[in-house]
Design a protein around this ligand. Sequence first.
Ligand SMILES: C[S@@+](CC[C@H](N)C(=O)[O-])C[C@H]1O[C@@H](n2cnc3c(N)ncnc32)[C@H](O)[C@@H]1O
Length: 302
Amino acid sequence: MIAGAGPVTRPGERATVRLRDGGPEESPRYAPEWLQLREGADATARAQDLLDPLRIRLANLPGRPGGLVVHDLGCGTGSMGRWLAPRLDGAQHWVLHDRDPYLLHFAAVASPRSAADGSRVTVEARRGDVSRLTPDALAGASLVTASALLDVLTREEVETLADACAGAGCPALLTLSVAGRVELTPEDPLDAEITEAFNAHQRRTGLLGPDAATVACEAFSERGATVRLHPSPWRLGPEQAALTEQWLRGWVGAAVEQRPELSGPAERYLSARLAACAAGTLRVTVHHTDLLALPGPRGGAA
Ligand SMILES: C[S@@+](CC[C@H](N)C(=O)[O-])C[C@H]1O[C@@H](n2cnc3c(N)ncnc32)[C@H](O)[C@@H]1O
C-alpha cells in the first residue's frame, strides 16, 4: 500500500498503483495508469492563483540564454510539466527527477514541447532520490516543482529539500499535498472513521501525509522564504467515476490495513460507495494544498 490515496490491488486484478510487493526497505512504485487517471482531476485542481506571483518572480530573474531551468521532483509520468510549461512564457529546460526509471521514460517521451508564447521546451531525465537533494544538484535552477510528493516524504526529507531550494535561491511550487480531509455526498456515519484511519496509515512510518503542507510551510519560512498556501481540491462527480472508484478502493483499503477491525463494516461501506459511484449519485471532494515558496534576497525575507 502506498501512502497517498491510491487504489489497493485485489487478488486477480492488475495492480494500478503498486507494481511489486517490496520489503519494508523497498520504495513503493506507482503505476503510470494511476498517474494518468488522476492527471485531469489534478490539472483542474491546481491552484491557478499561485501562478501570477510565480510568473512575476520568474520574469524578474536575470536573463539566461537557455531560458528557465525547472527541476520537477518526483515527476512520475510528468503531469506537472504538461500542466505548467504551457502556462509560462519563454524557453524552458525541464530536469525531471524520479527514482523510478520506468516513470521517467514516460515523462520524457510525453513532455511538453512549447511554452505559452511558443518558445521551445526541452527536457532531461535524472534518476535519483529527491529526498537527498543538495543545493549543488539545483545549481542554476530557476524553479523547483513537485506534485503529489510532499506527503510521501518525512519531515527531515522536506527540510533537506527546503535547504536545497534555499541554497539554490530558487522558488518552489509544491502542489497537491493531501490535506487529510474528505467530503462525501451523501454522508455516511463511517466517513470520519475511515478518514482518521487513512490519515493514520499515511503517517505510519514517519511520512508526513496530511501534515505535509504545514511542515513544508514551516521549513521554507524558517529559511527566509515567503510562503503562500492555496487549496487545490479534487471535486469528483459522475464524470470522474473511474478515478473515484480507484481512489475509493485505495482510501478504504489503507484504512482497513491500518485498522483491521474495520474490515467488516468497511467492506459494506466500500460496496455501497462503489454502487453509488457507478450510479452517478456520489460526489467526493478530496482536499489538497498547493504551496508556493518565494525565497528572499540571499536567503533573507522576500
Ligand atoms: C504520487 S506520485 C506523483 C507523480 C507526479 N508528480 C504526478 O503528480 O503525477 C509520486 C512520485 O514521486 C516519486 N518519488 C517518491 N519519493 C521519491 C524519492 N524519494 N526520490 C525520487 N522520487 C520519488 C515516485 O516514484 C512517484 O513517481
